[in-house]
Write a protein that binds this ligand. Structure first.
Ligand SMILES: [Zn+2]
Length: 354
């Protein structure tokens, strides 16, 4: 449950370079103000939701050189070097960093990487009061690496703050989890994502589209906004989605093709197609209720309007529900081919009987 925030805390939080996640920011800020900073934090949530952003903002607060009430100031030497990830008292470890010069991304963070980290953690900070260590992909520590990290968590130096980032806390051993303050990040409200994108110059319709597609993953929304190719791929998925809704045979063929792609490891593409389909169904519902101005895929509006006239709102809702159910099923690793084929056969028939 979210604690009510005091006015002073809300003012302070505004300084953090974090969009959304107010409760997490307030909790961390309170800990700093009360001198109750823990030696270990565990930030969890889906990729792209802003976990690393929050970790780095916290590092800025700890390493900022401005007066305590003004941290993070965002422009002192400490803040700037944290932002660029070159602060001498900040160490970042991730799968990517653990790979060193190798071309392929490793699948595990090795014991060697954690040994090196432990040597660094033992050193007194060079400039400030804290030595901050951020371990991204902490769910990918090898077993030996996790054991080595546990030793540090059991007896951390007084100046060390470790921040572990994972997608799912259950992927970490209980011995590690229990030594960390846990911070779980949920989706950022869609309106907040839209406003943040618009504040950065993204056009309103585009911002609404990106906010819908990324479903509260603010980091992912920024990445998408900065990547015209990725956006074009989403437009292709929307085009394919409209064709699926228009013709059951196309839908069945595409469902089989998606299942095959999923089997070959292209999970993200399948998840993205389902997310787009859910938004299309929602668009149809909005059109059915005469709320066309809220439609996300404004560029496809004429075709969506023709589709919306084919079905009753109950039928459209059924299509939307089945699509959302398929998205949930995919997360629990059911038989993907069955789930996808069942999905399109549960959609209302496009027979123009209404
Ligand atoms: Zn600063």
């Amino acid at each position: 449950m979210r604690e009510p925030l005091h006015e002073t805390e809300r003012e302070g939080s505004a300084r953090w370079p974090v969009i959304g996640h107010e409760a997490a920011v307030a909790a961390l800020e309170r800990a700093v103000r009360r001198g109750q900073v823990s030696h270990a934090y565990l930030i969890s949530g889906p990729a792209g939701i802003g976990r690393r952003r929050l970790a780095l903002a916290f590092a800025q607060v700890l390493l900022c050189q401005a007066a305590p009430a003004e941290r993070p100031c965002g422009h002192c030497r400490g803040c700037v070097r944290v932002e660029r990830a070159v602060h001498p008292d900040l160490t970042l470890l991730s799968l990517e960093a653990a790979g060193g010069e190798r071309e392929t991304r490793p699948t595990r963070i090795s014991i060697d990487a954690v040994r090196e980290l432990r040597a660094t953690i033992a050193l007194r900070p060079l400039e400030g009061d804290w030595r901050v260590i951020v371990i991204d992909d902490a769910d990918r520590l090898s077993r030996d690496a996790a054991d080595a990290l546990l030793k540090t968590l059991e007896e951390p130096p007084p100046f060390a703050v470790l921040i572990l980032i994972v997608e799912d806390v259950s992927s970490l051993a209980e011995t590690i989890r229990s030594r960390c303050q846990q911070i779980q990040l949920g989706p950022v409200p869609s309106a907040t994502v839209r406003a943040a994108l618009e504040a950065r110059g993204v056009e309103a319709a585009q911002a609404a589209l990106i906010a819908s597609l990324t479903r509260g993953r603010i980091g992912e929304a920024f990445r998408l906004a900065a990547d015209p190719e990725a956006l074009a791929r989403h437009q292709e998925l929307a085009e394919a989605g409209v064709q699926m809704l228009s013709d059951p045979l196309v839908a069945l063929g595409r469902a089989r093709q998606l299942a095959e792609n999923y089997r070959r490891g292209r999970r993200a593409q399948v998840e993205a197609q389902l997310a787009v389909l859910a938004v299309l169904w929602r668009d149809l519902l909005l059109l059915r209720y005469g709320l066309g101005d809220l439609v996300v895929h404004a560029g496809l509006r004429a075709r969506l309007e023709r589709l919306a006239r084919r079905w009753s709102s109950t039928e459209i809702l059924r299509g939307l529900r089945a699509t959302c159910q398929a998205m949930a099923d995919l997360e629990t690793n059911v038989q993907v081919r069955l789930a996808l084929v069942a999905l399109v056969t549960q959609w209302p028939s496009p027979d123009p009987s209404h």
